[in-house]
Design a protein around this ligand. Structure first.
Ligand SMILES: C[S@@+](CC[C@H](N)C(=O)[O-])C[C@H]1O[C@@H](n2cnc3c(N)ncnc32)[C@H](O)[C@@H]1O
Length: 255
């Protein structure tokens, strides 16, 4: 996410005039630019942000931190174990996926899903260069996951679901692909109170992970409606006009 709020509404595009597909194209354009950032010659603020969230980045490809765009550390919340199968919704440059791959080990597997080709190219190239074989980055939309039913132990996601126009669909898909007893661990931006209309209308605020955020109670309700239980807000911190929340939830065990 970007820590900048557009108060001016100088942006030409108003979110309410765009279709869901047009919003997703704007999101792709933004994250395509972030994928092209290189820490060789620019500021290291994204890496610093990752360190602030407590990421242990030693041995993780630099390219994953230089385009980091998260708002928390869901992989720390997920308590991953050896051999688990993990899906990262909106894997971006891959920081959470690389950390998860280290935690689940060679007998586990991590699947990062992203819709932005430049992010996928960056994360795939890093995995190949580093010789990490228990990781795969798939092109796809988190509202329609390219993953089989009941096949995953853990779903993680860092600052992505706020960007999805249809958040119910994301939670329904997460529920579908998790095995019974599987868990969800997300960091995301939610709201304490509704945003002023002009802030919500700015496409820059939407792609910057604020304008698409919804009230925390509505977010938790969507998770519950999808079928999850033991839903818990583990941590929350005010972030601009939003709240960065860490949320965990479980798919019920089969009877
Ligand atoms: C704010 S960035 C976060 C990236 C990564 N999780 C991190 O922490 O660095 C959002 C990412 O989610 C992806 N994304 C947004 N909406 C998506 C969707 N509907 N389906 C798949 N990927 C999506 C974007 O392409 C981008 O890479």
């Amino acid at each position: 996410m970007d820590n900048i709020v557009d108060e001016t509404m100088t942006e030409q595009k108003h979110v309410s005039h765009l279709t869901d597909d047009e919003i997703k194209e704007e999101v792709k354009k933004t994250y395509s630019k972030i994928a092209k950032v290189s820490s060789c010659c620019g500021p290291s603020s994204r890496k610093d942000l990752a360190l602030t969230f407590g990421y242990e980045i030693e041995g993780i490809p630099d390219s994953a931190t230089e385009s980091f765009a998260g708002c928390g550390n869901p992989v720390a919340l997920a308590s991953l174990k050896e051999s688990e199968i993990v899906v990262d919704l909106g894997s971006g440059a891959g920081l959470d996926a690389f950390i998860a791959a280290r935690k689940v080990g060679e007998t586990g597997r991590v699947i990062g899903i992203d819709m932005t080709p430049d992010m996928l190219a960056k994360s795939r190239a890093a995995a190949e260069r580093a010789g990490i074989t228990n990781i795969e980055f798939r092109e796809g939309d988190i509202e329609q996951l390219p993953v089989e039913d009941n096949s995953v132990d853990v779903i993680i996601s860092n600052c992505v679901i706020n960007l999805a126009p249809n958040k119910s669909k994301v939670f329904e898909e997460a529920f579908r692909v998790l095995r019974p007893g599987g868990r969800l661990a997300v960091s995301d931006i939610v709201l304490d109170k509704e945003l002023p209309g002009h802030i919500r209308e700015s496409i820059g605020n939407y792609t910057g992970c604020l304008g698409g955020a919804i009230l925390e109670e509505d977010y938790l309700h969507l998770i519950e409606e999808a079928g999850f239980e033991r839903i818990e807000v583990v941590d929350r911190a005010v972030f601009n006009l939003g709240v960065s929340a860490k949320i965990s939830a479980y798919k019920p065990e089969a009877n």
